[in-house]
Design a protein around this ligand. Structure first.
Ligand code: SAH
Length: 223
């Protein structure tokens, strides 16, 4: 009986995921087949609290505790697509949160290095990776605005919290060529920016208006 119930629930989540891809991602311009496949495969409901599982595939962000949120599926897919991953990259993520974005990246690159400043979120994400047998993620608890110099430079960097400017250590740890996606602006109202390093030049381009929680640290907001 339990088994039947579990498989029915799994099937329902699979259907919800396929609908999310069809209705929220494809119509808004997420077209990279590898990104769509990853979004179709990674079980977002495994990263949210049990009480929110039924809403995991909705077109919105959700609370993950500690005043933080898991981004809307479209924003996760858009940011991932902008990185243009081919499978061989080493990616630095700042703001592990519940680990959902990390898991999507892990499906598309060689290794993800992820930094989270809140201990309980770091631990929660670790549990989810273990449960889902995601082994190409290395995480630590620290101020991610300082990057993670030991493992750099990184082919791609993604920041999932918004600060007042692009942290200088992250630009320094970006490989050449390399690409970074980061929300920048005021608290509660920011612009998603794509930073590209090529031939020693660093260029920024605006992508779209977004709303993220605050990036707190030495090169972010001071609490
Ligand atoms: N990608 C996450 C989004 C979580 S919200 C997910 O899918 O769940 C952004 C996260 O950034 C929060 O967990 C917050 O604690 C974290 N954060 C904020 N400032 C940070 C910093 N300086 N270093 C590391 N993590 C930070």
């Amino acid at each position: 009986m339990t088994v039947l119930f579990a498989s029915t629930a799994t099937h329902a989540y699979e259907k919800a995921r396929a609908r999310m891809v069809r209705e929220q991602l494809e119509p808004r311009g997420v077209t990279d087949p590898a990104v769509l496949a990853a979004m179709n495969r990674v079980p977002r409901h495994c990263f949210v609290d049990d009480a929110l599982c039924s809403q995991a595939y909705g077109d919105f962000s959700l609370p993950i505790g500690e005043g933080q949120t898991i981004s809307q599926p479209y924003v996760v897919a858009l940011m991932t697509q902008l990185l243009g991953l081919a499978g061989t990259e080493r990616v630095l993520e700042i703001g592990t949160g519940c680990g959902y974005q990390t898991a999507v990246l892990a499906a598309l690159c060689e290794r993800v290095y992820t930094v989270e400043r809140i201990k309980s979120l770091h631990a929660r994400a670790r549990r989810a990776f273990d449960k889902l047998h995601i082994f190409n993620v290395t995480g630590k608890i620290d101020d991610g605005t300082l990057g993670w110099p030991e493992h750099g430079p990184y082919d791609a960097i993604i920041v999932t919290a918004a600060g007042p400017s692009v942290p200088e250590p992250l630009v320094a740890q970006l490989a050449d060529p390399g690409v970074m996606v980061i929300p920048v602006g005021e608290r509660g109202n920011q612009k998603l920016v794509m930073v590209r390093k090529q031939d020693g030049e660093v260029a920024e381009r605006f992508v779209e208006d977004v709303k993220f929680v605050s990036l707190i640290g030495d090169h972010g907001w001071q609490v």
